[in-house]
Design a protein around this ligand. Structure first.
Ligand code: HEM
Length: 462
């Protein structure tokens, strides 16, 4: 009925809507979505604006056109956080900022936003650089190492030291470092499946996951208790502890802080680790780009580690990172749920319908990013033949999402990734062990899987 409709699309109904082929009885498209999701998304989404897919018996829509994607991400009244990914995550990690629905989100975000003010992020530059330099100093020339693992370790340490405390007790830090990867991978494995399988059977994987959950919750509680009254907020956790609602003056309860810490751990570690691993891999397979980055690192840093004041001058590093985030966006798929009868560019949508958004799909549309499979950091220069009108490309480049649910940690992540990247570029050349191109592994984030690389030391050019 017209009166129940909560708003209509601002776009005319000229969208190309198709139904994804080969739905299986009862399962619909669950099998290709789980087995080969990236190929499936590109196959069905390349030439359409909206594609109807079947998740079991339910209908969902993959939104493929950047203007429609923006409409969905910006209008949280009609399209809220929800759909299977966030519904599963909420059951597993609670109702922190990542999973909160609209009614709760606004209050939470106002509380947490000050913790991500750029002046705070600037304070962490020293810790981030120190961790990057310390981790890479342990590499041995010519000895292969799993770069995915190495980047995971360094990002976990940076998360712990900036989120919790720079002086985290050694035993606590070790417990966290061991539990976190098991926990994160377990959470995402359980969340990304459209159909939830029972995961309480006492098999080794479930027992390991349960143990990691207990460790993590215990550690978070003890760190929160120890930081209840910070004299001067030095970590993100301290900032959460002292933050007050601008209207009511209320602080967050310990339970709320716990949920927010879980949300940050979930959102921060794997995403940055995947972004860095892919960037290093792509550089190793594009030696000219690698040399240009090294030349920039040499020119700006010489033989000292990077500092805050270097960040604005790292133009090549920024383009490299931007392009890596385009070609291999860590958050490759997320969902929204329709809150009320509405329509999206002419398609009538019922409440509870799931919408799928895939930055991976948008970033690989040849009409938006010419030769999308090529890693070309200079496509971001206006002089490049691959450069398209900034508005069109910006609208389609969504590694951090958009609207009021856009990643709260975007600047934090970029600062962190740039510092690690130039610290490595200044000191090391990385070679892959295997010549076969690495295919993206779509799990929690778009990872590389195990990635053996050989570090070769280099000295900065004079
Ligand atoms: C390269 C690294 C990162 C990528 C690609 C990334 C990507 C994203 C994306 C796409 C979203 C929006 C999801 C949606 O709309 O459903 C998001 C949300 C979020 N991210 Fe990130 N993220 C990164 C790093 C971080 C870091 C370092 C933190 C925290 C320290 C963080 C914290 C969050 C939080 C709390 C949200 C939820 C925001 C809200 O709903 O208000 N992320 N991220």
């Amino acid at each position: 009925m017209q009166s129940e409709n909560c708003g209509t699309s601002e776009f005319p109904s000229n969208v190309r809507t198709v139904r994804a082929p080969h739905a299986l009885p009862l399962l619909g498209h669950v099998v290709p979505l789980q087995r080969r999701p990236l190929d499936f998304l590109l196959e069905i989404g390349h030439h359409s604006d909206v594609v109807e897919v079947r998740i079991g018996l339910q209908r969902a829509y993959l939104v493929c056109r950047p203007d429609l994607v923006r409409e969905v991400l910006v209008d949280s009244r009609r399209f809220d956080k929800g759909g299977w990914i966030f519904d599963n995550l909420r059951l597993l990690v609670g109702n922190g900022l990542v999973t909160a629905t609209r009614d709760e989100h606004h209050r939470q975000r106002r509380h947490i936003q000050p913790a991500f003010h750029h002046s705070r992020i600037d304070q962490y530059v020293g810790v981030m650089t120190l961790e990057a330099v310390t981790a890479t100093a342990r590499w041995h020339a010519g000895v292969p190492l799993d770069m995915a693992e190495a980047m995971h370790t360094v990002t976990t340490r940076i998360t712990m030291r900036t989120l919790f405390a720079a002086d985290l007790d050694g035993a606590v830090a070790t417990a966290l470092q061991e539990a976190l990867p098991i926990y994160l991978r377990g959470v995402y494995r359980r969340a990304m499946f459209p159909i939830r399988f029972p995961s309480t059977a006492p098999v080794p994987g479930n027992l390991r996951f349960a143990r990691a959950c207990r460790t993590l919750h215990g550690v978070i509680d003890s760190v929160i208790a120890a930081h209840r009254t910070p004299s001067e907020p030095v970590s993100l956790l301290d900032a959460l502890t002292v933050s007050r609602d601008p209207d009511t003056g209320q602080t967050l309860t310990e339970g709320e802080i716990h949920e927010q810490v879980m949300a940050m751990l979930l959102a921060a570690t794997e995403t940055v680790a995947s972004a860095l691993t892919w960037t290093l891999y792509l550089l190793s397979t594009h030696p000219d780009e690698e040399k240009r980055l090294q030349a920039e690192a040499d020119r700006i840093l010489g033989d000292r580690p990077p500092t805050l004041s270097d960040l604005p001058h790292l133009a090549v590093a920024r383009r490299v990172l931007n392009e890596a985030l385009r070609i291999r966006p860590p958050a490759w798929l997320f969902t929204r749920v329709v809150t009320c009868p509405t329509n999206l560019a002419g398609i009538e949508l019922k409440p509870k319908t799931t919408l799928l958004i895939s930055p991976y799909l948008l970033h690989h549309r040849p009409d938006l990013f010419p030769q999308p499979e090529r890693f070309v950091p200079d496509r971001w220069l206006s002089t490049s033949p691959l450069y398209r009108a900034r508005a069109a490309q910006r609208g389609a480049l969504l590694p951090f999402g958009a609207g009021n649910r856009k990643c709260i940690g975007d600047s934090y992540a970029i600062t962190w990734a740039l510092l690690v990247l130039v610290s490595i570029a200044a000191r090391w050349r990385l070679r892959t062990v295997c010549d076969t191109p690495i295919r993206p592994v779509p799990k929690a984030t778009l990872g590389t899987g195990r990635l053996l690389m050989i570090p070769e030391p280099r000295t900065p050019a004079a």
